[in-house]
Design a binder for this molecule. Sequence first.
Ligand SMILES: [Zn+2]
Length: 511
Amino acid sequence: MARKYGICGNVSEKSGATLFGIPEGTSARACADMAGVTDVTAVALLMKRDKFEGKVGQTCVIEFLDDEDKSKLVLFGLGNKEGASLKTWKKCLAAAYKAVLKEKESVVRVGLPLTEWDLNESDLQKIAQSVTQLAGRIDYRFDRHKTVSRHEYRGIDELLVLQPETMRSSVFSKLIKPYVDKGDYLARAVNAVRDMVNEPASHMSAATVVREAEMVIKAAENPALTMRCYGKQQLIDMNMGAFLGVNKGSTTEPVLIQVDYNPRNAKKGVHLFLVGKTVIFDTGGHNMKLSGNMDKMKIDMAGGAAMLHTMYVIARLGLPVRVTALLPATDNMIGPDAMMPGDVLTSMCGKKIEITNTDAEGRLCLIDAITHAIAQGATHIVDMATLTGAMIMACGHTAAGIFGNDNEFINTLIDASKVAGEQLHHFPLEEFEEMRPAHKSEISDLVNSAGGGGGHIKAAFFISEFVGNTKWVHLDIAGVAYSPKPTEFDPKGATGFGVTTLVELAEAMST
Ligand SMILES: [Zn+2]
């Protein structure tokens, strides 16, 4: 996303759209005054035309069609003062952005509801953050494989937050600007994840993920962010037999991408690892997926993609906490050398795994990366994966599953998800203890797939066998990584789920 954004002190520009929130029941005169328009009658007529009363979700577009001034004013309803909240604001602003996109405006200025709503400092900051964050979310399109004209409207490319007249520049820069920035970083990261996940497997490989990571390092502009890659021979030398097993059917080599953020002021005694499933395409292997379920399998790197771009935001914000992302990248294909059902693989930690289902490959990639994380001194591990079909059955496309071995860490993550506005549903493993032995194998230490229902919970138990005493949380995002239809703020397709929650987690862990 190449959008420019920033803050500005006045609205005298002669093009683009300026967005003002209007409380319910505001008179045309007051609206005109607020927006600095002299022709009250025209404003009243337009408000009547659009049936605009200032209710949540309503908008009214006012055009100035003289030679001098080609700008537009978009009034959007704020509803009653009593209903003022971040949630309401997002609904109101979303309606305004949709009106802007309909009007095909590229330059957008947004006024904050400083006098219209009684906001404390923290509320105002969250609202300022949402201006940039929400614009990115709503104004996203994935059309790089369409033949489009150069002249076609490409959405908002300049977004400005207006400095309230009553606030001094220095105060505005100190109080508001960092949150406008944060919203922008999050929007960029989420949309970059969406691009990676929406991109067909024909245009992706472990090597393209490496290039994406290199772009993240460059874009983050923070020397504390570095990366290294482990190629096939190194993975063999490290005994990553589980991860390598998944790659056996592939014509391209696997890569374990490691992105480190190690700032000088990092909090002592904390090293968070983010381990993301990065299966470029999942055919299921010899236990092949049904044809109707396979075309979406380009999304199987959503966990890794989200973790990679989370690192961008963490580095951009300069959070004082040490974080490392690990992306074991490969596809899961069939071929003469592909792993066979019944094979036994030896994982990096030495545990042997009987392959009862070649389609349960994500966990094989994760566990070797987790062993690698523990070897490097991880104090906390979050793994995130589009892991099981059972997860979609359990929580649909609404919530991700959260599982783990430490309730305090689980709660920290759930709190982070609430700040982020992403939904997690906790499955306490202690309540499903009888499922723990499901992965026993007759011929080796474990089977990789137990079958028999509760697959999302059993998968978490499988991974738990490899985390030891390290504080660990597993997020199954099989249902939420991709939306089969448009939602309130998001288009259909990849969602970028997890980025915002993980950034909030890193922020919480840095204090
Ligand atoms: Zn699979």
